[in-house]
Design a binder for this molecule. Sequence first.
Ligand code: PLP
Length: 362
Amino acid sequence: MGRVFNFSAGPAVLPVPVLEQARDEMLEYADSGMSVMEMSHRSKAYMAIIAKAEALLRELLHIPENYAVLLLQGGASLQFSMIPMNLLTDPAHQSVDYVVTGSWAEKAIEEARRQCADVRVAASTKAVNYARIPSQAELTCNPGAAYCHITSNNTIFGTEYHYTPETGAVPLVADISSNVLSRPMDIARFGLLYAGAQKNLGPSGVTVVIVRKDLLGRRSDLPHMLDYKIHADAGSMFNTPPTYAIYILGLVLQWTKDQGGVAAMEQRNVRKAAKLYAAIDGSSFYHCPTEPISRSRMNVPFTLADAGKDALFLAEAKKVGLVTLAGHRSVGGMRASLYNAMPEEGVDALIGFMAEFERVHG
Ligand SMILES: Cc1ncc(COP(=O)(O)O)c(C=O)c1O
């Protein structure tokens, strides 16, 4: 089998030039005589790799100087706990806000409840099965909250914020795991942003945290490994970082820059998503459950008019090299993830296949 178009929600498709470069450098990186995997994280060669990855992230996302960039382990899921641990000074008496827009937001708030006595729901769209993002007017933010948490893109339900919530002096915290680098974001509007890498950033194993420096060091009683300030002071080298994942992250960032950066990615992502949604909306056989105003450019969920044909759809798609199109096990149906590394031809091939499937089986 040759390379397929992989619509996985994550770990997800990586740019071919990145994989090729990693292959070429597998046995020997630069003139080091060894693979990146075999290198001391304190070696000169590796220090240059991690420094370049951070510099590229800062450049691509326009991260201001007063923000620390941390490259951590534990996935986005560990951030669900580290955020309340680090941002609260008095968890028994402080309050935090969560906007609940899907399964990952539910998981984030569940972990917050283990760390904080007063966790409020600033808005939830559960009543409409998370088919949309609440508007600014629907957010009942608590001006006394220690922070307000949002999930910028809902990987499972396929919705995305197309605005940045205004939370006044309350730091806005965002899980940007599934739309980081897909569109410009004004970092200065946030107190903290975090993302597991395995969608637009690289392989699983490294988690990016971007945090305003004045939010560091609020607690002195945390285990060192769970303390942002410890990692910030150590330049993400408090312990052995996920060295190979960070190396691939650097290659993906360089590729993103070579493509024209985040603004160019956005243009391409808008085009890719628009044509897939148009194909779905233009058919009576396919249906998209999300409200147009909140639709994600990254994850496009859709159902077939006859759910009994789901297995056939997936099997036939696989035969023509279109894979990992099943919806998340919690929601069913289909989901096409269109991350940065999914070429436009992949989307065209999917649209063509869907039309043919409808013609034959619709
Ligand atoms: C939006 C979002 N948040 C959090 C996670 C959990 O990430 P991890 O598996 O890195 O803990 C995911 C995983 O897909 C996600 O899509």
